[in-house]
Design a protein. Structure first.
Length: 348
C-alpha cells in the first residue's frame, strides 16, 4: 500500500503527460508509449495523465481517454531502466461531479493512485460546486487540490475555499498553479492555519516560478508554535519536456534547502527556466500556444511527428523559432543529449 502523502511530501518531480496524435487524429500509440518511457527513464517520480498538457479535449472522447490512461499505466509497469519503483499515477479529471466520479472510477480500475481535478468542462463553475465535486471524487480516490491559472481555464478561489477543501481528509496534496504570488500565498496561508497543515503536501504548478517555489518557506505561528510549509516538488506542464533536468532540479533544491545554503547559481537556474518556459508556453500570446509548444519541443527532438491537438490550439507566429533558440541556449534544461541517446529505444 502506497503512503501517498509521504511519497508526495518527500519531494517529487511529476511531469504532465503530453498527447501524441497521428495524422487521422487518433492516438499515435508508438509515440505515446515513447513519451511515457522517456519520462520514466528520466527518473520521474510519477506521471500526471489527462491534465492540461494531455489536452482537456481528450475527456470528450472516453474511449481515447481510457486508451491513454491504460497505456501509461502499462508502460509504468514495464520496469524501464532508470525508472523509480512504483511511479505514482495521477489522473487528471474534468467536468461536473457525475463525469468526474465516472472518470475517477475508471482511473482507480486502471491502477491510478490519485486524482487532480480541473474546472474545465464544468457547467456550474462555483466554489461550492468544486467542493462538492472534490468530496464526491474523494470517495473514490485521494485527491490533489488544484489552483489553475485563469488563462487556461482556471478561476479565482478565495481563502475560505481552501480552508473548506483542506477539511476533506481525502485531500492529500495541493498543486498551486495560479501563476500569481498573491493567490499562491492564499493557499499557503490557509494551509498553515489548518489542523491538517502537515498532512497535505504542496506541489508547485507555477511554471514561471519553479525554483522560487521549491526554495521558499512559508511560515506562521499557530497557538504559540511555529509552522512551516514549502513545495518540495511539483507537478508541471513544463516538466513534460526536460524531465530528467526536472528530477535533478528537485533533488538539488531540496538538498540546498536542507543544508541552509541556497546558492545564487540555483536562483540563476530559475531565471533560465523562466526563459525556456516563456518560449514553450507562448507567453507572448497569453499562453495560446502552450500545449502545442510542449509538443513542438518533442517534435523537434524526434519523439513526436507533429504538434497536432484535438482542439483548435496551434503554434503561435514565431513560436517554433523561439523554441529552437531556447533549445540551443539551454540544452541541459531540455534533456537534449539524454533524448538523443534514448529516442530510438523508446520508440522501438
Amino acid at each position: 500500500m502506497i503512503d501517498l502523502h509521504a511519497r508526495l511530501d518527500a519531494g517529487v518531480a511529476i511531469p504532465a503527460h503530453p498527447l501524441a496524435l497521428d495524422e487521422a487524429g487518433g492516438v499515435d500509440l508508438r509515440a505515446q508509449r515513447a513519451l511515457t518511457r522517456y519520462q520514466l527513464a528520466a527518473g520521474a517520480h510519477g506521471l500526471a495523465v489527462g491534465v492540461h498538457s494531455t489536452q482537456f479535449e481528450l475527456h470528450d472522447h472516453p474511449a481515447m481517454l481510457r486508451t491513454v490512461w491504460e497505456l501509461a499505466a502499462s508502460v509504468a509497469a514495464e520496469g524501464i531502466p532508470g525508472a523509480v519503483t512504483s511511479p505514482l499515477l495521477i489522473a487528471g479529471l474534468v467536468g461536473d461531479t457525475a463525469q468526474a466520479v465516472r472518470e475517477a472510477e475508471l482511473a482507480r480500475e486502471l491502477g491510478y493512485h490519485a486524482a487532480l481535478m480541473s474546472p474545465w468542462g464544468m457547467v456550474e463553475r462555483s466554489e461550492q460546486s468544486l467542493l462538492e465535486r472534490a468530496a464526491a471524487v474523494g470517495e473514490v480516490l485521494p485527491t490533489v487540490g488544484f489552483y489553475l491559472q485563469d488563462s487556461v481555464g482556471g478561476m479565482p478561489l478565495g481563502r475560505s475555499f481552501w480552508r473548506s477543501l483542506f477539511n476533506l481528509e481525502s485531500v492529500v496534496a495541493v498543486k498551486t498553479a495560479p501563476f500569481d504570488r498573491y493567490r499562491t500565498n492564499d493557499v499557503m496561508q490557509e494551509l498553515l492555519g489548518h489542523d491538517r497543515w502537515d498532512q497535505v503536501a504542496v506541489l508547485t504548478g507555477n511554471d514561471d516560478a519553479i525554483v522560487a517555489d521549491l526554495v521558499t518557506p512559508f511560515r506562521r505561528e499557530v497557538d504559540g508554535r511555529p509552522r512551516e510549509v514549502r513545495a518540495r516538488g511539483g507537478l508541471l506542464g513544463q516538466w513534460a519536456v526536460g524531465t530528467r533536468a526536472a528530477v535533478e532540479l528537485v533533488a538539488r533544491a531540496n538538498a540546498e534547502v536542507a543544508a541552509d545554503a541556497v546558492t545564487p547559481e540555483l536562483l540563476a537556474l530559475g531565471s533560465d527556466l523562466v526563459e525556456v518556459n516563456a518560449a514553450v508556453f507562448d507567453v507572448l500570446h497569453d499562453f495560446a500556444g502552450c500545449v502545442p509548444g510542449v509538443n513542438e519541443v518533442l517534435r523537434q527532438q524526434g519523439l513526436l511527428s507533429a504538434t497536432r491537438c484535438l482542439g483548435p490550439d496551434v503554434l503561435s507566429r514565431g513560436q517554433e523559432q523561439l523554441i529552437r533558440e531556447v533549445r540551443a541556449r539551454f540544452p541541459a534544461l531540455l534533456d537534449e543529449e539524454f533524448v538523443a541517446a534514448g529516442r530510438e529505444g523508446w520508440l522501438s
